[in-house]
Design a protein around this ligand. Structure first.
Ligand code: PGA
Length: 237
């Protein structure tokens, strides 16, 4: 399986800025044939960010736990699939923290994605306090419960994103990332089509040393994915 690099724009960029990014990426996209790129823009830009030549795919940043109906402001998995998405990020720590998403709700969201043939990029990760208290394993195991009913033969992406590393400039060391991703792989040992990404302050400076670690299949990149040149230097095969 190719390495996967995902740009998580969060709630950033206007439409004009999104189109500028697309233009810059399409000039350089030929450099990335040996890796897989995905862009997760805000919902309004999904269609315009999709690449007709399929040099990169597009991803949602979230989806509804319900199929359809009177849920003002929500976006369903079927809608995302019909816009051309291949992936959807689920369970990002910002969703857990600010929107109260629990494993139960996330389990429903995973089901909705599968009904629409979408692949989850399922995020897990401990806070600094949990790490200090030696609870990392327990927290990851709890987060992964949302995948308990997901058919193990389906492709899945899990992003290990320690909360203390997200947007802080303090990335996990390569050793911490390797060790914790090793634990995640053990917990998901039955899954053959699994890719595990690292996320949390990934930059052009630290990406190479992280990627040298066995078990890291790519990155989920936030802040450093907003600038096309910095995203491209992170994605170098
Ligand atoms: P960051 O965000 O790269 O800005 O730390 C990563 C993420 O939240 O996915």
């Amino acid at each position: 399986m190719k390495r996967l690099f995902v740009a998580n724009w969060k709630m950033n960029k206007t439409r004009e800025e999104a189109l500028e990014f697309r233009q810059a990426l399409s000039v350089r996209a030929g450099e990335f044939r040996d890796v897989e790129l995905a862009i997760a823009p805000p919902f309004p830009f999904l269609i315009e960010l999709a690449d007709r030549e399929e040099r990169w795919s597009i991803a949602g940043q979230n989806c509804a736990a319900e199929r359809r109906g009177a849920f003002t402001g929500e976006v369903s998995a079927a809608m995302l699939a019909s816009c051309g998405c291949r992936y959807v990020i689920l369970g990002h720590s910002e969703r857990r923290k600010y929107f109260g998403e629990s494993e139960v709700v996330l389990g429903f969201k995973v089901e909705r994605l599968r009904e629409a043939d979408l692949v989850p990029i399922y995020c897990v990760g401990e806070t600094l306090q949990e790490r200090r208290e030696g609870l990392t394993h327990e927290v990851l195991a709890r987060h992964l419960e949302a995948l308990d009913n997901d058919p193990p033969e389906l492709p899945i992406v899990v992003a290990y994103e320690p909360v203390w590393a997200i947007g802080t400039g303090q990335n996990a060391t390569p050793e911490q990332a390797r060790e914790t991703i090793g634990e995640i792989r053990n917990m998901l040992a039955g899954r053959k089509r699994l890719r595990v990404l690292y996320g949390g302050s990934v930059s052009a400076v630290n990406s190479a040393s992280l990627l040298r670690q066995p078990g890291i299949d790519g990155f989920l990149v936030g802040g450093a994915s907003l600038d096309p040149a910095s995203f491209c230097s992170i994605c170098q095969p």
